[in-house]
Design a protein around this ligand. Sequence first.
Ligand SMILES: Cc1cc2nc3c(=O)[nH]c(=O)nc-3n(C[C@H](O)[C@H](O)[C@H](O)COP(=O)(O)OP(=O)(O)OC[C@H]3O[C@@H](n4cnc5c(N)ncnc54)[C@H](O)[C@@H]3O)c2cc1C
Length: 388
Amino acid sequence: MTGMTAHDVEHADIRSAVGEICRGFGDPYWRAVDQAKRYPVEFVDALTKAGWLAALIPEEYGGSGLGVGEASVVLEEIQRQGGNAAACHAQMYVMGTLLRHGSEEQKRMYLPRIASGELRLQAFGVTEPTAGSETTRIQTMAVRHGDRYIVNGQKIWTSRFLQSDLMLLLARTTPYDELDDKTKGLSVFLVDIKVAGDAIEARPIDTMINHNTNELFIRDLAIPAQNLIGQEGMGFRYILDGWNAERILIGAECIGDARWFIERAVAYAKRRIVFGRAIGQNQGVALPLARAHANTEAADLMRWKAARLFDAGTSCGPEANMAKLLASEASWEAANVCLDTHGGFGFATEYDVERKFRETRLYTVAPINNNLVLAYVAQHVLGLPKSY
Ligand SMILES: Cc1cc2nc3c(=O)[nH]c(=O)nc-3n(C[C@H](O)[C@H](O)[C@H](O)COP(=O)(O)OP(=O)(O)OC[C@H]3O[C@@H](n4cnc5c(N)ncnc54)[C@H](O)[C@@H]3O)c2cc1C
């Protein structure tokens, strides 16, 4: 073990309660759902029932009204116990768009039912095959006809669509060429997936991780105008507003992963005897672990700096982005060191290292690629010319 650190003391009550749930879903559970590429519905239900997925929903709408810092502890703890919060993390940050920009009527209609678990809002349809990271180039078009919008287009990497009741959808309401300000002209809709029926065809994408992600083909989908969130044309701004919370929450997951890798590797390095001594006695094994630990702790400081600014209502774009950058790099470093420490056994599924190794690799790429995070810091923090 890496010993008791400040992060263990902070929010010990949340860590212990979430840890208790996680211990009911140990390594064999996660290994089995990974191998079957199955949605971990039992785990998500248990977490929902205990109220943790409603952490960020205010009490007046049936949630617990916690801050992003506390919510991030929930996700960190899941990863630290060897689980995979990717199955449900999106509900925490997707819901924020509805909370901040939805009408009172929309919030009263949906948030209590999301908080209770009656409705799952786990799907977030932003990315498109041709636009990639350039979100303002999306082509899925929503055209208003009376009291409905008719939507046609295509999405990719829409995770958990088949496990959700609701999807937050970003679509274009003004053609790109007609816009002076390219960040306008996009709108956000809340889509009732069951009502949508055949108008959305989901084709699952087989991936190196168990992520339940899909390509969506949207044909003449009718969305009632009352499901538009906020003002037409302001959707990109609303999505941006949610990105800081998303970055902090994902960063915390990476911190949880990094700690899992380091703890497993340290335990193994102490018990594995080769050449008549514990492998951890060799500096070639010990020092990379010490470095991974130091980098994880440093990333965690940035995660907490960002979370505290966010919860104080202060702007935190640079800190939230840097937290995600540093934490995803720290978890990937820890993953490699853990695999190296385990030698050949790191490749055996029964050690769970290879599973967590694959899972944590995602976070340097998604929900935003680290190149784009660096471009943001270069431009908005250092004042360098815009590079994209
Ligand atoms: C498993 C998984 C789940 C996902 N879930 C969702 C989801 O639920 N909803 C959703 O909307 N999206 C989701 N995504 C999409 C994810 O957000 C994108 O994959 C990610 O934003 C990167 O976009 P891209 O894959 O199109 O890469 P591209 O934009 O095509 O970029 C490819 C490479 O080029 C680099 N690059 C591009 N432009 C620049 C530049 N100007 N400067 C430097 N480098 C550049 C990128 O950094 C990257 O390395 C998911 C992706 C994955 C893999």
